[in-house]
Write a protein that binds this ligand. Structure first.
Ligand code: ATP
Ligand code: MG
Length: 381
């Protein structure tokens, strides 16, 4: 008999986990998601939905009572509440790992204790700590919220003395850390997986292109030297070895001008930079996540085809309904997330552009330029 899977969060990540789960009926008989938006993306592809806030304790308890196994697609869940329901349902990744990861200061301290390279950082209690930190790190530096940040909304770049008060006030009493600015030459990531039996597999290194702090494109594989690839993959493997819990982890890193590799941050969940695996690999990150939390053997993580993932985002100046996107091109796999409303820079879908006959990344990038024009969001009035 298959298990009942509960997912906290039913956005696009929950949607793609649900779709992978539907293909494993012998292991998973039903999927229930907890999400505040009625008819959320996961509900549109066959998950049952509990409509409630992610942090609603009663709703989490309800989900735990109805599920054999619980996972999440967001890292902002209340780890204490999850710990309290852990006795009834298996939760992966473990609430203890979530507790460490969801606090950027605890996460970075944990990595540092394990000799994994991260940018220099300090804990901030008051504005004097910021000034002290700036003396140490110099300008620019980043003031960051310790918790609940996404798409760069929890970061404030301090360029000069004039920004200090502004930056401090921006966070209105939240817990903070200050981080040295890394003038990186590339952002890269590795998707790591561990199953409940302790087997670990990592996907090959990919390159991430951000704009306005939001991921725009992922290029698989990353265009770096073999030496950098090796370094980054070793760091990812070491990280997977010290982090507890089963599931997928998205490990974001910076490559510096000296070819050093530092971890920016870890997401304890399937990750946007792993969407290419839907077509580029034998095992998608979503199937791998399920294999990991169900204790099945992990699938192959080999990159079969060079692939570029392109995020389709809402345009900046518009909120409302938008015209349907279609894209029928060879070797292009469009995935829209079923969101009714476009918002500025909201992730509405993505497509994967897959190489044929050994096409290079450079050749794919040329094709991408033309394809991008075909997926712009058109407002419906
Ligand atoms: P996301 O939701 O995209 O993960 P976030 O709000 O958690 O974002 P971070 O991951 O901390 O924020 O940072 C977002 C982006 O800001 C990074 O991808 C990187 O481009 C830039 N950034 C973060 N920290 C640094 C740093 N120390 N030096 C230089 N750039 C940085
Ligand atoms: Mg981040």
């Amino acid at each position: 008999m298959g298990k009942i899977l509960g997912i906290i969060g039913g956005g696009q990540l929950g949607m793609m986990i649900t779709e992978a789960a539907k293909k494993m009926p012998e292991h998973i008989s039903k999927i229930i998601v907890l999400d505040p938006t009625e008819n959320c993306p996961a509900a549109q592809v066959g998950a049952e939905q509990i409509i409630a806030d992610f942090k609603n304790k009663d709703a989490i308890v309800d989900l735990a009572n109805k599920s054999d196994i619980i996972t999440y697609e967001i890292e902002s869940g209340d780890s204490d509440v999850l710990k309290s329901v852990e006795k009834n349902s298996e939760i992966n990744p473990s609430p203890e790992t979530l507790r460490i990861i969801q606090d950027k200061f605890l996460q970075k301290s944990f990595l540092l204790e394990n000799n994994i390279p991260v940018p220099e950082f300090i804990k901030i209690k008051n504005i004097d700590d910021v000034k002290k930190g700036l003396k140490k790190f110099g300008y620019p530096a980043l003031l960051k919220a310790r918790r609940d940040a996404y798409d760069g909304r929890g970061n404030f770049k301090i360029n000069s003395q004039d920004d200090v008060q502004k930056a401090f006030d921006y966070f209105k009493g939240q817990n903070l850390l200050l981080e040295k600015f890394v003038p990186f030459c590339m952002e890269v990531s590795v998707i790591g997986s561990r199953n409940t039996k302790g087997q670990i597999k990592t996907y090959p290194l990919v390159e991430n292109i951000h704009d306005d702090n939001i991921l725009r494109e992922t290029i698989a594989p990353a265009r770096v030297t073999e030496e950098v690839t090796k370094k980054a993959e070793q760091i990812a493997e070491k990280t997977m070895a010290v982090l507890k819990g089963a599931g997928i982890f998205g490990i974001e890193m910076f490559v510096t001008q000296n070819d050093d590799v530092l971890i920016n941050e870890i997401a304890p969940r399937v990750h946007n930079s792993g969407h290419h695996t839907l077509q580029s690999s034998e095992t998608s990150q979503f199937e791998q996540h399920l294999r990991a939390i169900l204790g099945l053997d992990l699938g192959s993580t080999k990159l079969i085809h060079n692939t570029i993932m392109y995020n389709i985002l809402g345009i900046k100046s518009f909120e409302g309904k938008y015209a349907p996107i279609t894209l029928s091109e060879p070797n292009v796999y469009l995935k829209m997330y079923g969101k009714q409303i476009s918002k500025p820079l909201r992730k509405l879908g993505h497509f994967n552009l897959v190489a044929e006959h050994g096409e290079t990344v450079e050749q794919l990038l040329k094709k991408l330029k033309i394809l991008k024009e075909k997926v712009t969001i058109e407002p419906l009035h």
